[in-house]
Design a protein around this ligand. Sequence first.
Ligand code: C2E
Ligand code: MG
Ligand code: MG
Length: 733
Amino acid sequence: MTERGTGEGPEPIPVFPTGMAGKLLSFARVRTATALLRAKVSDRFVSIRAKVVSLLTLIGAALIVLSGLFAVYDFKSNLDFKVWSRAAGVGEAIVYAARNAETLGDIEPVIQAVAGAPALKGAAVAGADGRVVLSSLPSWKGKPLDIGRELEPGKAVPIPQQKRLGGYGRYPGDYALSVEFPRMNRTATVLIRVDADLLASQTVADAWQLMTWLVIAVILAILSLSLLVHRVVVAPIEALKVFAETGGEGKAEAVGPDDEIGVIARALSDSFRARTDGEARLIALAATDGLTGLGNRTHFKAQLAADVAAGQRLNGSSAGGRNVGVMILNLDNFKDVNDTLGHDAGDKLLQRTAELLRGCAREGDTVARIGGDEFGVIMPGIKNADDALQLASRLVRAVGAPFRLGVQEVQQAACVGLTLYPQDGRDADVLIKNADLALSRAKLEGAGACVLYRHELHLRAIERNTIERDLRAALAKDQLTLFYQPKIDVASGRVVGAEALVRWRHEERGYVPPALFIPVAERSGLVVPLTKWVLNEACRQNREWQDQGLTKISVAANVSAIDLRRTDLTDTIANTLIRNGLSPQYLELEVTESMMQDVDVVIGTLRRLRSLGVGIGIDDFGTGYSSLAYLKRFPVKRLKIDRSFVLDVADRRDGDVIPKVIIDLGHALGMKVVAEGVETADQYERLQELGCDEVQGYFAGRPMPAAEFEVFLRNSPAGGLRGAAKAAGGTAA
Ligand code: C2E
Ligand code: MG
Ligand code: MG
């Protein structure tokens, strides 16, 4: 083993000798450079066509350059040969003439003949002293002829440039040969000058011709190669590119030979087809309602937009077109079916409705399920609103017919909102919105109603918005007041209570009736702060009257179903009473029968209020859907017979039947019964006979401002209602 290094650890053992490493390094550099070049080329010539064209152009140029080089080489060798063979031919003739010559002069005619021969300039013979003795050119005579080399007898060799005699042209054409003169027993050197320039110009012409043919051949070869490559490679790849870029659009299948490109194209077309099929399936799924198989809301909107557009086109202008009817059908109280009969029954009912609608729809109509219990029908080309209404009521009748659902016989009512393109809207969104508006109106009208959207509905909605906005402001600015209407005890004729009725005097519109703004307040939720305000004001006023030493009465405030559904109502009322220092027995709440629809929600609230000591009365009794069973469960203190029944109460034939039933029912349940809207003495007397406990109405006193009511209460006699009525002075709002 030999030692390496001098002690500071072993020296690295070179894997390659230095020279080899250097070569590898430069090899790596070359590779990087080529890679760079290739990248540059690829960048510049992005398409296959550009690459092929540039490659073929490069090959063509290289072939043309090669042809040129070949022509030059050919010219050169051709010229050399031509010049030599000319010289050799003359040399042979001179050698032949020298065979029989006895003096040098004998070959002179041959020498002189050279001067006139084609492509020859002249010839000369040198004597024993090396000087020219015989010459076809006089200027050469006597000049020394030094060839500078040994000559073989009879063989012509070119004379090196520096040894030549002057007077030659562009191309060298001087040859020398040694000629034997056997009869003279000597040899002589012969110089032959070929006209190389002349031969060169002939050869150049030949070379050009050759070059031309070669270039033509190269161009033709490259052109045919291009055509071939285009057909076999470029065109199919370009077609493949278009196919891939357009996702196979417009072509169901890629067609072509079974080569590699064909295989790629077919694989692509398979994947495109799979994707398109998947997309189509997804689109169909996204537009379908799973339960009924009908289109869903998205589909409905898209179809309506298409039908409206078609309607416009049919007329050839955007100003209108054929009619398109839009119908939205809603199943009444569908939630109850789910709640009482179960979701399976609900699903069956929806499927049945879908079937019925499908069956009744005309050809070209679209039926869709656009909400939980809502269906939409598009009727393109419907003649007029009457036809649309007719079709709608046919559908409602079909849906409303009794049918069996499991073991039950069921009847499902529905109502319909209708709009018509172009009169009710010119685009799908507006038409659907207006049909929805018409539907809400239909719902108000009751089961089986079909309502056609009219412009007024829209105006009414605008009106509602203004009322809501102004009412909000009125609440904030404290522009509301309470009027009080007396309640008279029939037995004693005393004022025992008052109903607080809200009044709004609008800055511009003047007096706005509660019947107009209370529903708006209920819809918008404004009723909650409104009720708070009413409760507080009623309690405050009542406490003030009590403080003035007036007869203690109970003041009733109206609360809506929305208030009742709020869990904080009891707290609000308790706080209000405490704040105003009013005992709960002097506050009463009037609720309407509609709240009974939410019996489970409100019964708790009502019970809590009752245990607080607040009285509860049912307002407008007899007009709603009171279930007598529920009535028993409610902690109700008072029933208020609706004004519509009081109107005919004095009618001796049967006008008193309903008031009597209500009075008996109330008494049987331990409640007091009040009649509202009592306007005449006859009504009053009849109610008295029927045993009604209290009356309220214009006969006893109109709703009046607090100050007036105070006077009314002060003057209220211990008995005799007529006097009290007079004292009210007929103040009305
Ligand atoms: P309601 O609670 O049934 O009130 C009785 C309505 O009958 C009052 O109409 C009253 O002015 C009217 N009236 C009383 N006596 C007679 C009569 O002899 N003949 C006739 N034709 N009408 C009589 P008003 O004040 O226009 O109130 C209408 C409805 O608005 C009320 O009906 C009530 O449901 C609601 N309302 C009024 N104030 C409030 C309130 O503060 N809160 C709530 N939630 N609703 C209120
Ligand atoms: Mg009332
Ligand atoms: Mg009422």
